[in-house]
Write a protein that binds this ligand. Structure first.
Ligand SMILES: NC(=O)C1=CN([C@@H]2O[C@H](COP(=O)(O)OP(=O)(O)OC[C@H]3O[C@@H](n4cnc5c(N)ncnc54)[C@H](O)[C@@H]3O)[C@@H](O)[C@H]2O)C=CC1
Ligand SMILES: O=Cc1ccc(S(=O)(=O)O)cc1
Length: 491
């Protein structure tokens, strides 16, 4: 088995077909190779959970949860802090693992581990915060609203930034007294699951509180419909999100849906063109455009459209594409052939619909060249759909009103950005955009562990993750009244 030679502490041998059940004792129904996108070679084997595997994991988490919720807050906090220290201690090894498993460049892997440290530290503060209110009440009665954990939280995460997009739910949910069943994507089970399992195992999390099982729709749906799991935190595509939302509704449970983006980056005619081109290139091409907040629609004022296009074509022609883990390239491979074929079809169809291919549009293996399309309009696939690949879609406008109207043609987006030397004008445009996150003088790929992350429409169901949103998401209200003695009733 081609277990990567650089894995030492993470001990890849232990997850060769097993789930994390507190140890590595549960063999899953099936197993398959995890293929490194850059080389096509197997990195390791992962277990693939069945519905029955999921059922058993939920049972283990459910049995462990009450004792975990009763663990003193400072002891839960200490485990989260230990986890942060372990991510920091094994920074280089984990960053390289993520780069190899996800096809990312090394700085992208480093970003995930760096953010993991901060996420765990922030989560460590949650158990120590007062979480409730003493309410006005009748004399002789104490009335308290307090936040309590849901119980078992199911986390379902995607392939693109697997460590962060799993951990941003796992860490606060655990910190607040929930047990967690985590189902990462089978293409990225180590980055999205087993690294987290290994860290919490060594940090001293009691056995059973965290279960990690890679799986597909069968295992995912078993998690969503199980009555012992009152909350699901899902990050992924709008199509699967809709299905999970339907199931969660049917089974009367809370669901947080963090979905896809129609993200508009608006460049006004007074922008510094060199700086704007570099922001657009990063926003559209970083991690091969496989980012929910990628700058997939670039709305540019007609007066500067040619200048911006020329600069982007220059960058597209020169940016090196290849094995992200080599340290020599700006763009790595896409995650797999299916994702690449989907993206390639979006580009080709958009050209058939009248857009002009200015650069890119070709690939070697899974490495797709940074692509520039001009003359993109509503009604074309790359404008209407989330391309989830390395493309700048150039859309021209002539007035601020037109830019706002173009941006708001979708049902709402995750992130928007406006670039201009006139900050007041840019803010006035930003105010009118239907987006969950608005950035003035930046591109759209922005996240801090301290901000609530989410968006309307296809971006999600109004939930958010991060910062002030975490206590709302991973606990629920419970009302308590206390009287010194039972009152007399008239019946
Ligand atoms: N809003 C956000 O923070 C983020 C959103 N995304 C969105 O995710 C998409 C790309 O990720 P993909 O992995 O292709 O998404 P996906 O929706 O295909 O898969 C996401 C997860 O759902 C699981 N899954 C698939 N079918 C399921 C079912 N029927 N029941 C339960 N689980 C199921 C998959 O195994 C995976 O773990 C893009 O649309 C992107 O915008 C990605 C990252 C972050
Ligand atoms: O794809 C969505 C996505 C990707 C990355 C991040 S973070 O910057 O690592 O937080 C958030 C959402």
């Amino acid at each position: 088995m081609g277990v990567a030679e650089h894995i030492n502490w993470a001990d890849a041998a232990c997850w060769n077909g097993t789930a994390f059940d507190g140890g590595w004792n549960t063999r899953l129904a099936a197993s398959q190779d995890v293929v490194e996108p850059a080389t096509g070679q197997p990195l390791w084997r992962t277990g693939v959970a069945s519905g029955a595997d999921m059922n058993a994991a939920i049972g283990r988490a459910h049995a462990a949860q009450a004792a975990w919720a009763a663990t003193p807050p400072r002891d839960r906090a200490a485990i989260l802090l230990k986890a942060a220290a372990l991510f920091e201690q094994h920074f280089d090894e984990l960053a390289l693992m993520i780069a190899r498993e996800t096809g990312g460049i090394i700085p992208k892997g480093q970003h995930e581990v760096r953010e993991a440290v901060v996420l765990c530290r922030l989560a460590a503060a949650l158990p120590m915060q007062a979480q409730g209110q003493v309410l006005p009440s009748t004399p002789g009665r104490l009335s308290i609203a307090r936040r309590v954990p849901h119980g078992v939280v199911g986390v379902i995460s995607p392939f693109n930034f697997p460590l962060i997009l799993s951990l941003r739910s796992v860490a606060p949910a655990l910190a607040l007294g929930n047990a967690v069943v985590l189902k990462p994507d089978v293409r990225t089970p180590a980055s999205g699951g087993f690294i987290i399992a290994r860290v919490f195992q060594e940090a001293g999390l009691p056995a059973g509180v965290l279960q990690v099982l890679p799986g597909n729709a069968e295992a995912g749906e078993a998690l969503v419909v199980d009555p012992r799991v009152p909350m699901i935190a899902f990050t992924g595509s709008p199509g699967v999100g809709r299905r999970i939302g339907e199931l969660a509704g049917k089974h009367l449970k809370k669901v947080s849906l963090e979905l896809g983006g129609a993200n508009n980056l608006i460049v006004l005619e007074d922008a510094d063109l060199d700086a704007a081109a570099s922001a657009v290139a990063f926003g559209a091409w970083f991690h091969q455009g496989q980012i929910c907040m990628a700058s997939n629609r670039v709305l540019v004022h007609a007066a500067i459209a040619e200048g911006l296009k020329a600069r982007l074509v220059g960058k597209a022609t020169h940016l090196p594409v290849g094995d992200g883990a080599s340290g020599q390239v700006a763009l790595g491979p896409m995650i797999d052939q299916k994702q690449l074929s989907h993206f390639d079809a979006v580009v080709k169809d958009t050209v058939k619909q009248g857009a002009t291919l200015e650069a890119g549009g070709t690939h070697e293996g899974l490495c797709y060249k940074p692509t520039v399309l001009s003359g993109v309009k509503p009604g074309m696939r790359s404008f209407d759909e989330e391309p989830f690949g390395p493309v700048v879609n150039l859309v021209t406008f002539g007035s601020d009103d037109e830019a706002v109207a173009l941006a708001n043609t979708s049902q709402g987006g995750l992130a928007a950005a406006v670039i201009s030397r006139d900050v007041g004008r840019a803010m006035a445009i930003g105010e009118r955009l239907n987006a969950g996150m608005v950035h003035i003088n930046d591109q759209t790929v922005n996240d801090d562990c301290t901000n609530p992350f989410g968006g309307p429409g296809l971006g999600g169901n109004g939930s958010a993750v991060g910062g002030p949103a975490d206590i709302d998401e991973y606990t629920r209200w419970q009302w308590w009244t206390v009287k010194a003695a039972l009152p007399q009733y008239p019946f």
